[in-house]
Design a protein around this ligand. Structure first.
Ligand code: SAM
Ligand code: SF4
Length: 359
């Protein structure tokens, strides 16, 4: 194993599929510690002990899609739908800017219609006119046409996060109803890259019927699409979804999901080296210190929720989503303390682009 870790640290993309799988499969405490340490040293080399922030604005839970795993899927009639106004989004962006986060992410359900397109473009223009290059803007609004992506890029978005969810067409198919096209999702990733966005993608980790071989191929897929940022996290069952309704979320299950999520972060860092990798909220949902452990396994970005507390309950993608009632100022204090506790510092007032995007 030591030899494999050394080889991985030498240069990017220096592991075969079999070797990726081998590293993903380590299970003893000692081996996992070795894996995390090796990934951390690669992160330190490219990024240092610094954490970039993205203030997350969950702007709407209205979605036309019906992904089998997601709590805000169109078919879930139990949730109350909401959409923030332009003023509410701008007020949140103002907080994100003044708190020094440096970047924000506007995320929401997938809607393809001109009113939605124009609304987002209008918000982006206003953000750009108020804060210019002092605030990086990532969008995560699902699949759209090239025309729409182009409009939003010109209006001021410079990053886009679109997870492939699984790079295996068969597994992807099993997670989505008919009419959700794997090919279109891949095409969207290529289009975003071509349009000059910094590209973020990722997968859910620990899905039913997902093997380590799938995850190893996911990591190769990230390299193939030339991702600048990876946003991935453990799958967490939601009881009001077709995929999650019969999965018992026991303490043992949560522990397994957490450890697999951390190994996936580490092996992805060891393969890609210079990209940004998020330590996602899903890790924190599985363990109170999940996010810090993600940073110690090689991640370097945190996306604190900046959405007004009153709306958070409506954006429950999975069970036990954390910080539903913690306001943004409290989140900032908790963040500073948690990052400090592992010997890292926050990169405030910086866009926090990945070395890969700058290369
Ligand atoms: N609608 C956009 C899309 O699908 O790309 C953006 C918002 S969507 C809620 C963001 C991400 O949430 C998805 O890419 C998916 O990976 C994740 N997600 C949804 N349900 C989840 C679950 N049960 N566990 C973990 N992650 C989940
Ligand atoms: Fe909609 Fe995204 Fe959830 Fe799928 S994952 S149902 S596209 S919000």
């Amino acid at each position: 194993m030591l030899e494999l870790l050394q080889k991985a640290q030498e240069k990017p993309h220096n592991l075969s599929l079999v070797e990726l799988e081998q590293l993903l499969s380590v299970s003893s405490k000692e081996e996992m510690e070795m894996l995390f340490k090796a990934a951390y040293s690669v992160k330190e080399r490219y990024i240092g002990r610094r954490v970039s922030l993205r203030g997350l604005i969950e702007w709407s839970n209205i979605c036309n899609k019906n992904c089998f795993y997601c709590g805000i899927r169109a078919g879930n009639k139990k949730i109350k739908r909401f959409r923030l106004t332009k003023e509410e989004i701008l007020a949140t962006a103002d907080f994100v800017h003044s708190a020094g986060y440096g970047s924000l992410v506007i995320q929401g359900g997938e809607l393809e219609n001109s009113a939605n397109t124009e609304f987002v473009a209008d918000v982006l223009r206003e953000i750009k006119s108020r804060w210019g290059n002092e605030l990086g803007v990532t969008l995560s609004l699902g699949e759209q046409t090239e025309e729409v992506y182009k409009l939003w890029r010109e209006a001021g978005a410079h990053r886009y996060l679109l997870r492939i969810e699984s790079s295996d067409p068969e597994l992807y198919k099993s997670l989505h109803p008919q009419g959700h096209s794997f090919e279109r999702r891949v095409e969207c990733l290529h289009t975003l890259k071509r349009l000059g966005y910094q590209l973020g993608t990722g997968v859910m980790i620990g899905l039913p019927n997902q093997t380590l071989a799938h995850l190893a191929r996911d990591i190769e897929f990230f390299a193939q699409v030339d991702a600048d940022m990876i946003g991935m996290g453990p799958y967490i069952p939601h009881q009001d979804t077709p995929l999650g309704e019969n999965i018992p979320v026991t303490a043992e299950y949560m522990q397994q999901q957490l450890l697999l999520g951390l190994r996936m972060i580490a092996v992805t860092r060891l393969y890609l080296h210079d990209v940004n990798i998020a330590s996602t909220t899903a890790l924190q949902a599985l363990a109170p210190d999940g996010r810090e452990r993600g940073l110690l396994a090689g991640a370097n970005v945190i996306m604190p929720n900046a959405t007004a507390v009153g709306y958070r309950a409506g954006y429950q993608l999975y069970a036990n989503k954390p910080n539903l009632d913690e306001n943004a100022e409290e989140t900032m204090a908790a963040l500073e303390a948690s990052v400090k506790s592992i010997g890292e510092t926050l990169r405030l007032n910086e866009l926090g682009d990945s070395p890969h995007a700058k290369a």
